[in-house]
Design a protein. Structure first.
Length: 549
């Protein structure tokens, strides 16, 4: 008597679990400091599928789509808060360069498909694998599923093309970084000292300023010109040797020293208004004033502004910084509090403790995921994905589908953060767990479904040709953009590495680039371009599929 019925629920769970476990083990094997990572699950699924060990088509489709939704939704929640800010200032140039990599790759995919007579479903799989971008593979498969003209055989081709092109997708990005270093004769020490155009001027800093402007003598701190527009907060003041909290009605005198918090460029402008930088460090002086990080977790204060709470007048506490989605800035008086915001509170110990109680400051509440907003967000994303819209030249209306809908909705909701009692804050650990679970389910099902054709394609089909095409799609766009970025825009080498890794959404390449230098420019550039690149790759994959039918 068989232990499991061939198509029972228990049998399906066992097979999916074995594929996932073996794939994760394969992904952890390192070769030359590079590993397959989560993509090992795809190759494990291909092996099981090749051996004829699979589960029913209905189960595979459900788990694949459910895993896809979990993955893209959590990706959107992760990148959403920084998506709009990444399109500003220096980030705009980086995003244009990264978008060029995506569009060049898509154009090259179309060209290769026509010149080499590769079916577009397979070519899109090569495009996704060559750029190590799993969401674009998911988007392509979803688009194929929605097309009545696409058959069962065509639905398997993207997964096969992805698996064939993926290995060089990782190595090609790293190779492009090494070649750029050789061709441009990069001096690591010089590059590390130079500032990359990656948004570093906006980093919050502090400056001690001495009041020498006679026009400010006798005025309260709130009357300092352009204080709000510069995005600067004055947190402490030293008068006649005594340091105290600088409240809005605190009067300044000539010779007083102020501690200002804000972006570096704004602090330099403020110094011209107030007087001159001081050698004194008010933070290091013994004064009974503390600076504590307070987390907003209390429902009663959500949606209120700092002006409404008026912490300075009621408690004598000044909020100098706020951090949301790992982005730190100086909050304005009309700043609205959202769940999970981290505020830097400056004041006397007893007063800061009262403010912490008012705002919640509960790590336990912060780490407890709120599930109702997750399911509401997923449902809204699926609905958005079904809305058709027309694009010129497309034979049928385009839908964001199960890949693009939840992704776009998550980006939007993570930006809004709060609607009534619903907070779309998601703890990092919860986001990571759902994201990994989703991609594991998706890749397991893709591998199991395509496994029966993968090895035959390598041995008897066009496997080597597909590999060569994938290498071109990986390397050529990176090489072109690297030359333009370096020669025309004089981009810092470490920012260039972050740009290249981000344009391919390639964490192993980012890890390699970070190992070259402790310079933060690499990670900043990667994070700047990642959100837009992710969205563009999902849309490009769908458009490529739809344009072929």
């Amino acid at each position: 008597m068989a232990l499991f019925a061939p198509h029972s629920v228990a049998y399906a769970i066992i097979i999916i679990s074995l594929v996932a476990a073996l794939g994760l083990a394969i992904g952890n094997i390192r070769c030359c400091k590079v590993n397959l990572g989560i993509a090992g699950v795809l190759f494990s699924g291909l092996l099981f599928g090749h051996l004829g060990i699979t589960v029913s088509r209905e189960v595979l489709e459900f788990l694949r789509e459910f895993g896809l939704i979990l993955f893209v939704y959590t990706i959107g929640m992760q990148v959403g808060p920084g998506f709009f800010s990444s399109l500003k200032r220096e980030g705009l140039r980086l995003n244009l360069l990264a978008a060029s990599v995506v569009l060049l790759g898509a154009g090259l995919t179309v060209l290769i498909s026509r010149l080499c007579a590769i079916e577009m479903p397979a070519a899109v799989g090569i495009f996704a694998g060559a750029t190590t971008n799993t969401p674009s593979l998911a988007a392509a498969q979803q688009a194929l599923k929605d097309m009545a003209a696409a058959g069962e055989a065509a639905a398997k081709l993207p997964g096969i093309g992805y698996a064939v092109a993926y290995p060089f997708g990782i190595l090609g990005t790293i190779l492009s970084m090494l070649l750029a270093r050789l061709i441009f004769r990069v001096d690591f020490a010089h590059e590390a000292l130079s500032d990359g155009p990656s948004g570093s001027p906006d980093k919050v800093s502090v400056m001690n300023l001495e009041v020498t402007n006679q026009n400010l003598d006798g005025l309260p701190v709130s009357k300092v010109p352009a204080l709000e527009s510069l995005g600067v907060r004055i947190s402490r003041i030293m008068h006649e040797g005594k340091v105290s909290v600088a409240q809005s009605d605190t009067v300044m005198r000539l010779g007083d020293v102020l501690l200002a918090v804000g972006p570096k460029a704004s602090l330099s402008e403020l110094a011209l208004v107030i007087g001159r930088p001081s050698d004194m460090d008010l933070k290091s002086l013994s004064s009974g004033i503390v600076s504590s990080r307070v987390i907003v977790t209390r429902n009663e204060v959500l949606g209120k502004t700092l002006e409404q709470l008026d912490l300075a007048d009621h408690y004598g506490v000044v909020i100098t910084r706020a951090a949301r989605a790992e982005i730190e800035f100086v909050p304005a008086s009309n700043y609205t509090l959202h769940f999970g915001d981290a505020l830097q509170a400056v004041g006397e110990q007893a007063a800061v403790s009262k403010v912490a109680s008012l705002l919640g400051n509960s790590p336990r509440a912060l780490n407890h995921p709120q599930l109702i907003p997750v399911f509401v967000g997923i449902a809204l994303g699926v609905l958005l994905g079904q809305v058709p819209f027309s694009l010129p030249g497309m034979p049928a209306p385009v839908r964001l589908g199960l890949a693009g809908g939840p992704l776009a909705m998550a980006i939007l909701l993570s930006r809004i953060r709060q609607i009534g009692p619903l907070s779309w804050y998601m703890p990092i650990s919860a986001n990571f767990m759902l994201r990994e679970l989703g991609i594991i389910l998706f890749l397991s099902c893709v591998g199991l479904r395509a496994g029966d054709q993968f090895f035959s394609t390598l041995r008897h089909g066009h496997g080597l040709q597909w590999m060569a095409c994938g290498a071109l799609v990986t390397f050529l766009p990176l090489a072109i953009v690297a030359v333009v970025a370096r020669l025309k825009y004089r981009l810092n080498y470490f920012s260039l590495c972050g740009l290249l890794a981000g344009s391919m959404t390639d964490p192993p390449a980012l890890s390699f680039a970070n190992s070259l230098s402790p310079c933060s420019a690499t990670s900043i550039a990667y994070a700047t371009v990642y959100p837009l690149v992710m969205l563009l790759r999902v849309l490009c994959a769908q458009i490529l599929v739809l344009s072929s039918f």
